[in-house]
Design a protein around this ligand. Sequence first.
Ligand SMILES: CC(C)(COP(=O)(O)OP(=O)(O)OC[C@H]1O[C@@H](n2cnc3c(N)ncnc32)[C@H](O)[C@@H]1OP(=O)(O)O)[C@@H](O)C(=O)NCCC(=O)NCCS
Length: 190
Amino acid sequence: MDTKQPTLTTERSTLEPLGERHTEPIVRMFADPEMSRYFPGDLTVRQNAEAMVRRRLAYSGPPELGHWVFLRDGVVIGLGHLRPSWELPGELPEIGWYLATEHGGAGLATEAGRALLHYGLNELGLDSVWALVHTENAPSLRLAQRLGFLRVGSGVHYGQMWHHVHVALPGRVSGKRPDGTGSLTPAVGP
Ligand SMILES: CC(C)(COP(=O)(O)OP(=O)(O)OC[C@H]1O[C@@H](n2cnc3c(N)ncnc32)[C@H](O)[C@@H]1OP(=O)(O)O)[C@@H](O)C(=O)NCCC(=O)NCCS
């Protein structure tokens, strides 16, 4: 596919456009049941995980959007996307994040999510970025909150499960820039 997706860098990781060569490490990452606890399908089953990667590799939307792997020291530690939503109306841009359990709790998903969000809102100039998070997925809800997403409702998405619907808007993204400096939120008065 003709891709214009950039490689993004954060303080501790690199976000590289998803390629065929990432299939095996992603399948191994999803062998951990925690990784698909809030998903309709069981991605610990190799065939399901392989099919999930194939669906992502078959992405044919706007070439500047799509799927990325998170690499640390050249090793795949996560997966993310920023692409037209399959669930929300109007092909709204939707973000998603998945971090291997052994790399959790250190802010790496926050860094990667922030880099994708910064890319979408500040570099591409998207009007909004949306995130659907299962209502019981506490770590992912905390991550959305840390990144400055606003919760705007909830609904049944991704296989009959309740999800909170979040949106991030330009100028309201919280935290540091992907390179670790400054703040993404402009100073506002009281
Ligand atoms: C959702 C998911 C990516 C969140 O991972 P995570 O490890 O909690 O996120 P981070 O890597 O950003 O780490 C944040 C945690 O580390 C802590 N932390 C440590 N150093 C940090 C730093 N420098 N910056 C930010 N947080 C830091 C935070 O306090 C936070 O802990 P808390 O949630 O207990 O407050 C992960 O749980 C996951 O992949 N789950 C399975 C897949 C999934 O459900 N994806 C979501 C689909 S909507």
